[in-house]
Design a protein around this ligand. Structure first.
Ligand SMILES: Cc1ncc(COP(=O)(O)O)c(C=O)c1O
Length: 374
């Protein structure tokens, strides 16, 4: 049975009529990119409500969301920002682009989230910020991270690219620091028809600075500049498209959790290591990940059964050329490296049928048992 990793087209098919109408309205209006465009404002208002933040600032990507947040928070040369090496590269490249130095803390292997003890061990007099990444759809240990930040007077910037709709004790991501970056990259739980992202913040001054930096640093008056900025606006077409899809997001996130529960049940007596959801977290399953020592063989077997899988991430960031000189905290990165060698993500998108997930889970279980027997 074919079990595809993504089905983006099925999302469009489900919402075809309202998407076509919304996109047609923008294209026929002739207004495609404008500061304060109607569709961007509408989306910002809806996402701010969904994540219970005071401000939401629509952008061209999640990468620029992180970068602009750090610029607005005054992070730059001489500063250190503690983050994880087991993430998508954007979390780290944006720190480097500000002129600050990323410092890597290790992760916990039972959640793959950044380890608060490793963060605390990596703090130096230069540390200015912590960037937890809410990896694969569940939030990092935000209680512990907030406590560390408070104790050491540090800024927290949440990389929420993979965790739209995720909450801790009912409080949505984006409320645990000075601001958060969302990504609407095509394959995310809420995916645009191309690239798009958003900043969430409760801080008025940060919001004002982010709004300015996204359009060349322009102030309230046109062609007067207050900051060094970028071209980072969201297009009206993307905003209209995303606004329609947002209406289905909670349902799709719940569906992902239902499908993940099938994996949990079937894989409970496999030889795969399953991950934990931290107490108080709701998991939105951007990915359903398992750990397997013979991961590459498992993936090859699954491929033969037409079950897709992906390796996020095969190499931790500190091993890539541009990041080889980056500072590693005193606890080392043994667990990040082990995760990179053993993690495998199984299909969990909302348009899979139960029998497809059951099949994928049974294949993974059987292969894991056979691999050990061999
Ligand atoms: C953890 C993480 N951070 C940042 C980003 C950057 O987002 P974007 O691709 O929208 O620039 C992504 C997404 O690709 C991501 O997964």
């Amino acid at each position: 049975m074919k079990v595809p990793f993504y089905d983006i087209k099925a999302q469009y098919d489900e919402l075809q009529q309202p998407i076509d109408a919304a996109v047609h309205e923008v294209i026929s209006s002739g207004t495609y990119t404008i500061s304060g465009g109607k569709h961007c404002l509408q989306l910002e208002e809806a996402v701010a409500k969904f994540h219970q933040t005071k401000h939401a600032i629509s952008l061209n990507s999640g990468t620029d969301a992180l970068r602009i947040l750090m610029d607005s928070a005054g992070i730059g040369p001489g500063d250190e920002v503690i983050t994880t090496a087991f993430t998508f590269v954007a979390s780290v490249e944006t720190i480097m682009q500000t002129g600050a130095a990323p410092v890597f803390a290790d992760i916990e292997l039972d959640t793959l989230q950044i380890d608060p003890r490793s963060i605390e061990a990596a703090i130096t007099p230069r540390t200015k910020a912590i960037m937890p990444v809410h990896l694969f759809g569940q939030m990092a240990d935000v209680d512990a991270i907030s406590a560390i930040a408070k104790r050491h007077n540090l800024i927290v910037i949440e990389d929420t690219a993979q965790a739209i709709g995720s909450r801790h004790n009912g409080v949505p991501a984006g409320n645990f620091g000075i601001g958060a970056g969302l990504s609407f990259y095509v394959t995310k739980n809420l995916g645009a028809a191309g690239d798009a992202g958003m900043i969430l913040t409760n801080d008025d001054a940060i919001a004002e600075s982010c709004r300015s930096i996204r359009v060349h640093g322009m102030g309230r008056e046109r062609y007067y500049y207050d900051h060094l900025g970028y071209t980072s606006r969201m297009d009206e077409v993307q905003a209209a498209f995303l606004h329609v899809k947002l209406s289905a997001l909670e349902k799709w996130n719940n569906r992902r959790a239902q499908l993940a529960a099938i994996y949990e049940e079937v894989l409970a007596d496999s030889n795969l290591k399953l991950l934990k959801t931290l107490p108080g977290n709701n998991h939105t399953y951007h990915q359903y990940a398992v750990l397997c020592e013979r991961r590459d063989e498992l993936q090859a077997e699954l491929r033969k059964a037409e079950v897709d899988s992906m390796i996020y991430y095969p190499v931790p960031i500190h091993k890539h050329l541009p990041y080889k000189g980056c500072k590693i905290g005193p606890t080392g990165l043994a667990r990040s490296e082990e995760a990179a060698n053993t993690v495998l993500c199984l299909p969990v998108h909302p348009h899979l049928q139960e029998d497809q997930v059951q099949f994928a889970a049974e294949q993974a279980k059987n292969f894991s048992l056979n691999l050990v027997a061999r």
